[in-house]
Design a protein around this ligand. Sequence first.
Ligand code: SAM
Length: 447
Amino acid sequence: MLVITVMNNPGTGAFPLRIEGLGAAADGVAHHDGHVLFIPGTLPGEEVLARFSGTRPELIEITAPSSDRVAPPCTLFGECGGCAIQQMSLPALLDWKTTRVAEALTAAGFEDLPVPQRYQTPSYTRRRMDLAIQRVPGGVILGLHRRNGDPVDMTECHVLHPTLFALLKPLREVLSSLGALTGRGGLVLNLLDSGPDLTLSTPAELTTADRTKLAAFGRQHGLPRISWQNPKDRSIETVSQTRAVKEAFGGVEITPPPAAFLQATEDAENAIVQAVVDGLPPLNKKDITVELFAGCGTLTFPMSEKGRVIAYEGDLAAATCLKAAAGGRRVDGFHRDLMRQPLLPQDLKSTRAVVLDPPYAGAGAQTMPLAKSGVKDIVYVSCNPAALEKDGRALKEAGYSVLNWTIVDQFLWSTEVETVLVFSRDPKRIKRENSRRNHNVPSHLDS
Ligand SMILES: C[S@@+](CC[C@H](N)C(=O)[O-])C[C@H]1O[C@@H](n2cnc3c(N)ncnc32)[C@H](O)[C@@H]1O
């Protein structure tokens, strides 16, 4: 156990610190008596007074604030665990996220990185949120968890789309009336082209009266679909449907399954899709791009405008949705668990390019076979710099360079960051990209 004796000010126990940077959880990092301390609420460059509460350091006062410091916009900030760092200006936050990704790439062995493209989503645009429900005397709490604890009632939110936020109040009423909500539950909100799509989970089974109430709620608020996850076997069923459920990817309409993965905001999805499509090498219509971790086809259908796409996805409902929309297009969809059954180098023999958008932990067992495959061009969509560092190292060792990278900050005020990276080991393409960079020509003019 860490025991630290504080000598600086025996009266108050206070000691001065200079914040040197931010840790991965967005807490200020400082050194004191040979120890690394994490001080929540502080920013790089700030001078602060801190003291220990037990072995944990706590902030007493900011004596010299950073010029990046702003007033947190949300009154729930600090209580609600949804936002980690609202006291930093959004441009400074984008810089910090960019640095985190650059550091991961450098640690993976990439040098002389090009300057990234960057995109930051506006506030009030989040179209997907996974909320917690907590039964309390007289009602329910509906919101996100505290950093390490119970849910906080979401009475204010500066990221959530107003259409979804407007549903929270009436939702609290209907949820409070459900017999199945005996304790804690969950609610996934997805805002689709067809309207809000809700997926509820409850600790007990819905009663007939619960179903009637949810159906009435769906009709009253014009919700295309409300689904429910049975706590017994985790199967999902539709409890209310008033019309078709639709979302379009690259102009192709799909019907997402309940609680489907969606990029967090629509405009960030557009930025990611654009960066992926621009990052593909020049393709003939017959060239094959293999897509790994394809979801319901967010990238698949826009990419199919450039060439043929063979898409793999491990979630059965998402793969089924993608396959259902693939008919008559240059798309083949497959359901496959890529961690248990990764595509092997020989499976990728006639592949022109690979696009992958793995989950938070990274591409796992798929990374080495991909790195060894000899595929010249890879577009990697990362949502976690630590996983990117690990997977990127394998690509670096296999001879890939980073042609370009695009930071997409779609989780405002959080520590999350998406990056689209274009890797290549095609000497001609690398040479072309370098010369274009030297002449400041945008890369999308390539295709
Ligand atoms: C970050 S999402 C990307 C989805 C899609 N590219 C998009 O933009 O909507 C990661 C996807 O990987 C899928 N996935 C997770 N583990 C997997 C596995 N072992 N095998 C295949 N797919 C998996 C998830 O179901 C999810 O659809």
